[in-house]
Design a protein. Structure first.
Length: 225
């Protein structure tokens, strides 16, 4: 299945406190953007990267060594808007689209392959890891429900989709004025089938300075083997 990959790198990174957009922060000697794009390039024939407006030139330079044709677009104010902007630049011949957050720089090439492979029998696929904690539903400071954790999972990226359903679901959500936290949720709402594949514990999202310190330690461990 011919695949393109959207790498979402339009976050400001304000909580990191580095003074640069999050995706341009280095981890283990390379930026998050480079690491995420390199992993996506193992299965995608073309990359489309959404970055903060004005950062297109810097992103293009960083992507020069990825080894796949790459387009760079200005992202929107929300993740959903960034995906729509990137989808407009995905070639029409792409049968599948992988959506990946640059803030998850340690997703393995094997995970990209597993997500893409799951699309043989589904409209979408999402990596999920088990939730070890008991989850409470809280309203007004009171517990109103305890959810059975064996039915719960934490979603990761890359998330993969057949191109037609992804375009249709995003178009319908935009027309309805609805916002979702990830692309799998958009397809679920639109009535498409989304399959689960096992996620990776090391595929954590970098949001805070503490996450970045954890990522540096993780990268150092990978280098030591």
């Amino acid at each position: 299945m011919r695949a393109a990959a959207i790498v979402l790198a339009a976050g400001s990174g304000a909580r990191l406190g580095l003074g640069v957009p999050k995706a341009f922060a280095p981890v283990g000697g390379r930026t998050m953007l480079e690491l995420a794009a390199a992993a996506a390039a193992t299965v995608a024939e073309r990359l489309v990267v959404a970055v903060p407006p004005g950062e297109e030139g810097r992103a293009t330079e960083l992507l020069a060594g990825v080894g796949r044709p790459a387009g760079v677009v200005a992202g929107g104010k929300t993740r959903q808007a960034s995906v729509r902007a990137a989808l407009a630049a995905v070639p029409p011949e792409a049968e599948a689209v992988l959506c990946h957050d640059a803030a998850r720089p340690f997703a393995s090439p094997a995970l990209f392959e597993a997500v893409l492979g799951a699309l043989e029998e589904a409209d979408g696929a999402v990596p999920v890891v088990p939730i070890p904690d008991t989850v409470k539903v809280v309203e007004g400071g009171w517990v109103v429900e305890t959810l059975p954790r064996e039915r719960l999972g934490a979603a990761q990226t890359p998330q993969g989709f057949r191109a037609g359903p992804l375009r249709e679901a995003h178009g319908r959500a935009f027309a309805a004025g609805l916002a979702f936290t990830d692309d799998a949720a958009v397809l679920e709402w639109a009535g498409f089938r989304v399959r689960v594949v096992p996620g990776e514990p090391g595929n954590f999202k970098i949001t805070t300075a503490e996450d970045l310190r954890r990522a540096e330690a993780f990268a150092a461990g990978m280098l030591r083997g």
